[in-house]
Design a protein around this ligand. Structure first.
Ligand SMILES: Nc1ncnc2c1ncn2[C@@H]1O[C@H](COP(=O)(O)OP(=O)(O)OP(=O)(O)O)[C@@H](O)[C@H]1O
Ligand SMILES: [Mg+2]
Length: 1018
């Protein structure tokens, strides 16, 4: 018998890429046989053998591809896939062996010979061309692997490979065979020897171990209908509908367990193919009842019972009987009526989407004519039933169909917990829940697959199930689903129509309707105006459809979609990332097919790269560095080695990586950039790469970068000026700003950053502009600029940064610092909290890890614990980045915060650590650690060392223009003097400090010192 699906046309005339199962068998020792037998007899034997094998293979739905000598190759999955292709193939292989045993008896009798056979079965991806139906071209490694398994099998054995094993393991008994070396390929392949089929656990299959979740309402509805049958003593038919794995059988199992003691239960299941006889489910029911011999016992009394029993056993092939369909209906009704006489009867027909028409008609007949027996009939079917038999939905009155929807989120989560138990936390819980979308079978399978191989995306059994559905679609639907899959989970009618413009034979609306009727897609919100939107009901369906498209066609469709996006239909949105993605996919598939040198392919890659880099710059402006890095990397990968654009993309990428603190990656990108720029002989590009390298290193080894900048800076500036490279100049001035800043010359740095901002403006380089402005704000707060003036400058800067929330947040912190110095702590802390929250939305950077204003304000407000918390968090981030320059001063600041809380020894340790980390040129850190240690040593009664460090700190601070640090160093010196019993020296140090604080406009510290001095004076 033919499988139902195969009555449909395969998706007309196209190459498809699919996972099929291949059976490869060969006769053992036929050469010897040829010598022993007369050629004519030999010919006869081999023909008998060949036709016998073909019969078996075809009966299971396989297609015999070729005979090579005595070897037979058959494919399961062409012209259409079935969810159980692998199992069909294995069953066919076992039956070939059995059929050969029968044949051998014949051959032995007639010729005194016997044949041996070896069989290999392998599942894998192939490309087939449906246009050549008879000579279906099957190509792929899978064929070789099947042949290899065959060649390694002992005589009489069936060997299967790992993919097949995964798909059939629950249905067969196997034994491990040794691994096979794969010729011409690297690596080995696992193999199993199939011993036989596992005992069939038929009854409402899939005995999931977990308890039932949800479905209370549905169960009640089923229950009510069964009770109605019992009360009215009439046959009531209910059909449970829903996609594969949604839980139809599970639901009915539950119903069965609830009505069990009071009712008799029988179950009949339809088979997807094969051993099919029309009334197979009836045969199962009779077996349930105790077999044919029990029929007469069940139907005693009336004189018509004996012929009825004979007709039933005839219908299930257990006796010769010439009963018509009408006879069978009548007989079956009598049978069920007699069973239902002593107690109610519940009959379940499972998987009736595979039922032959006479069986469906039998059910309809029972519903109409069995009017005096308490019989409930529950039919279970996948949605395709209605496609084959639309009238079924309304045949049994209101409430007769029950549609199972996906489980709710809560129920899914509950089921997952039940399945994975403690493991649930370890598994990627949300990912699994999201992928399963309320389908309990998918959930189970995903858990199973995740626990033993987390890298595998979709379990093979589910893949097979969905691929079979898509592959079996009628023509229009099949073409439409492919185009839709390329657009994505959400798609549009207009896009599909545009993509299929060259397929005149495809009716898009008909296809969409078919897909909707099968619940593969449903209408959804549209993204593009004037179009109608759709959505795949399940992401896995989209993936399955996509997988079936050959790469060449995928590339075409991706380009087609990108073109559509570039057209008028999709205006007004930021589509560069999506367009870039589709062009990138198209290029990747073409590369995999080995056709990339041709000019159009290069152009495609360049096009893709252009869109991705534009998208990268856009998301960077919005502050999403991590996404920008990803996009830029992809843009780089699409450029050939000698393309100047590649160099400039690498320079941008290196810059971003440097800012993210990924220094070694930044370095690698920039070294590459230099190499490409040199190969292109572009001196300005080389200069930019060098500037960017210094920028990336300035945080790691500032002294070295300072030396390099001193040596090459002038030349680099000239080269960039000659080339009118404002962007390059902006970066160079930014570098100079940073170097001055590290030398604690905030005034100079500020000047450099003004230049950088100007050049960046000219180059329309928003990123560097924002950086330069942000840094200038820091310099204004920390350097010689008076608080009120700094306020004005920061306000101007903020006004220029309205489109850059990240940079604006950093400037806000500086403004908080200024408020802090004025004693306006409420405003200061509110601003700090705001900024903190804004920055939390971005990936961490060196600049944002430790905030000087946060520390400054906390210390001024007498809240050193808050400063400590901030610094510890920042330190963890800096550590993770491998960052040192900022770490040295962060460590010393932490020492101060700790000291202010009276933890002297700890502070001293931190001071020492900072001393080790600080580079010679990092004056700020050099001042800070000495201050910490000077005070700590005073507390530890080591005045001489303390005084030396305090004096050095003041000396170094004088070389900087960090006024607060300078004043602080003087205050610390005062404390040291005081402890050493020298109040006069202390007094004059304090007066000097007060002077510096006043210059800065640091009201809080000035007032504090004024009071202290007044206290001494009085
Ligand atoms: N409500 C539920 N609670 C717990 N487990 C469930 C539930 N529904 C289904 N399952 C489990 O999910 C798996 C799939 O369910 P089931 O076999 O009933 O699906 P089905 O709809 O009958 O699919 P098919 O169309 O392939 O026959 C089974 O292992 C079943 O035990
Ligand atoms: Mg089922």
């Amino acid at each position: 018998m033919e499988a139902r699906n195969e009555s449909r046309e395969p998706a007309g005339g196209a190459r498809v890429r699919k996972t099929v199962t291949i059976v490869f068998s060969d006769v053992v020792g036929s050469t010897g046989l040829g010598e022993r037998l007369d050629p004519e007899s030999f010919q006869h034997v081999m023909t008998r053998y060949g036709s016998e094998m073909r019969r078996v293979l075809e009966r299971h739905g396989g297609r015999v591809e070729k005979f090579i000598g005595d070897a037979v190759m058959a494919v399961f999955g062409v012209p259409v896939l079935h969810e159980d292709d692998a199992l069909r193939a294995v069953r066919a292989a076992l039956e070939m062996r059995a059929a050969l045993a029968d044949l051998n008896r014949e051959l032995d009798r007639d010729y005194g010979v016997e044949l041996g056979i070896r069989i290999g079965v392998h599942t894998g991806e192939v490309i087939t061309d449906e246009r050549v139906l008879d000579q279906g071209l099957i190509a792929g490694d899978a064929v070789n692997a099947a042949a290899r398994l065959q060649a390694s099998a002992p005589t009489g054995a069936v060997l299967i490979g790992p993919e097949t094993h995964r798909l059939v393991s629950s249905a067969v008994r196997v034994r491990r065979h040794g691994d096979l070396e794969l010729r011409g390929k690297t690596g080995r392949m696992r193999a199993w020897r199939v011993e036989g089929l596992a005992p069939d656990r038929l009854r409402l299959r899939r005995g999931g171990g977990a308890g039932m979740v949800g479905r209370r309402r549905e169960l009640q509805a089923l229950r009510r209908r069964f009770d109605a049958a019992v009360q009215t003593r009439r046959c009531v038919v209910t059909t449970v509908l829903g996609p594969a794995g949604i839980g139809k059988s599970r639901l009915v199992r539950q119903l069965v367990s609830e009505v069990e003691p009071g009712a008799r239960i029988v179950v009949g299941r339809c088979l997807p193919y094969g051993e099919g006889i029309t009334y197979w489910p009836l045969k199962e029911i009779v077996d349930d009842l105790g077999g044919v011999s029990a029929l007469e016992r069940l139907m005693p009394g009336a004189e018509q019972d004996a012929p009825a029993a004979a007709m039933v056993s005839g219908a299930i092939g257990r006796s010769q009987s010439t009963a018509t369909a009408q006879d069978v209906q009548w007989a079956v009704r009598r049978l069920f009526e007699s069973i239902a006489r002593p107690q109610p009867l519940l009959i379940a027909f499972d998987d009736i989407q595979w039922a032959e028409p006479p069986l469906l008609e039998l059910i309809e007949y029972l519903s109409d004519f069995m009017t005096s027996a308490p019989v409930g009939i529950v039919c279970l079917a996948r949605d395709d039933l209605l496609e084959r038999r639309p009238a079924w939905a309304t045949a049994f009155g209101r409430g007769a169909t029950l549609r199972l929807r996906p489980l709710s989120d809560t129920d899914s989560a509950k089921l997952l917990r039940g399945l994975a138990g403690r493991e649930a936390a370890r598994l990627r819980r949300f990912e699994i829940l999201a992928a399963a979308e309320g389908n309990p079978l998918f959930l189970e399978q995903l858990v199973a697959i995740r626990s033993d191989d987390p890298s595998r995306a979709v379990p093979p059994s589910i893949q097979a199930l969905l691929a079979a559905r898509v592959d079996g679609l009628p023509h229009h639907a099949r073409r439409v689903i492919e185009a839709a899959a390329v657009e994505g989970r959400e798609f549009h009618r207009g896009v599909v129509a545009a993509l299929l413009a060259d397929h005149r034979d495809v009716n898009v609306d008909a296809g969409l309707e078919e897909l909707e009727a099968l619940e593969l897609v449903r209408p959804a919100q549209r993204i593009y105006a004037g179009d109608s939107g759709y959505r795949f009901t399940h992401l896995l369906v989209r993936d399955a459809a996509y997988e079936l498209i050959p790469k060449r066609r995928r590339a075409e469709l991706h380009v087609g979609f990108a073109d559509w996006l570039r057209g008028p239909a999709a205006e007004e949105r930021e589509l560069d990332e999506i367009i870039g993605y589709h062009l990138e996919r198209a290029y990747t598939y073409r590369r995999e097919l080995g056709r990339v040198d041709a000019l159009p392919h290069r152009a495609l890659a360049a096009d893709a790269s252009g869109y991705l880099s534009a998208a990268g710059r856009r998301v960077l402006r919005a502050g999403d560095r991590a996404a920008a890095v990803n996009l830029l990397r992809r843009a780089v990968a699409l450029r050939p080695a000698e393309d100047p654009e590649r160099a400039s993309l690498l320079i941008d990428l290196g810059g971003m990586l440097g800012e993210e603190g990924r220094f070694s990656e930044a370095s690698a990108a920039l070294v590459q950039a230099t190499r490409v720029a040199k190969a292109c002989d572009d001196s300005a590009l080389v200069a930019r790469a060098q500037v960017e390298r210094m920028l990336a290193h300035v945080q790691v080894d500032p002294d070295r970068v300072a030396r390099q900048a001193a040596r090459f800076g002038g030349q680099l500036a000239r080269t960039l000026t000659e080339a009118d490279d404002h962007a390059g100049l902006a970066r160079l001035w930014h570098l100079r700003g940073l170097l001055s800043w590290i030398r604690a010359r905030a005034g100079d740095a500020s000047e450099c950053w003004r230049w950088a901002a100007e050049q960046a403006s000219l180059a329309a380089d928003d990123r560097t502009l924002a950086d330069a402005l942000g840094w200038e704000a820091s310099a204004a707060t920390q350097g010689p600029t008076q608080v009120d003036e700094a306020f004005g400058r920061c306000t101007e800067i903020l006004a220029r940064l309205t489109t850059n929330p990240w940079a604006a947040a950093l400037v806000q912190q500086q403004v908080a610092g200024l408020h802090g110095m004025r004693g306006e702590f409420d405003q200061a802390f509110a601003l700090l909290d705001d900024a903190h929250e804004a920055l939390a939305g971005f990936s961490p950077t060196v600049d944002a890890a430790v905030s000087h204003p946060e520390v400054l304000v906390s210390m001024l407000a007498g809240r050193p614990a808050r400063a400590e918390r901030h610094l510890r968090a920042g330190r963890r981030q800096l550590d993770a980045m491998g960052e040192k320059a900022v770490l040295a001063s962060a460590e010393a600041m932490l020492g101060m915060a700790v000291l202010a809380q009276g933890r002297v020894e700890e502070a001293d340790r931190l001071g020492r650590r900072s001393a080790r980390l600080a580079t010679d040129g990092d004056l700020s850190a050099q001042v800070l650690w000495r201050r910490v240690r000077a005070v700590a040593l005073t507390e530890q009664d080591r005045p001489r060392e303390a005084e030396r460090l305090a004096r050095d700190a003041v000396g170094l601070a004088e070389r900087t223009d960090y006024l607060n640090d300078h004043a602080g160093a003087l205050e610390d010196l005062a404390q040291v003097h005081e402890a050493a019993g020298d109040p006069d020296a202390a007094q004059s140090a304090r007066e000097a400090a007060l002077d510096v604080y006043r210059r800065k406009g640091n009201t809080v510290s000035s007032v504090r010192l004024e009071r202290a001095l007044a206290g001494v004076a009085s």
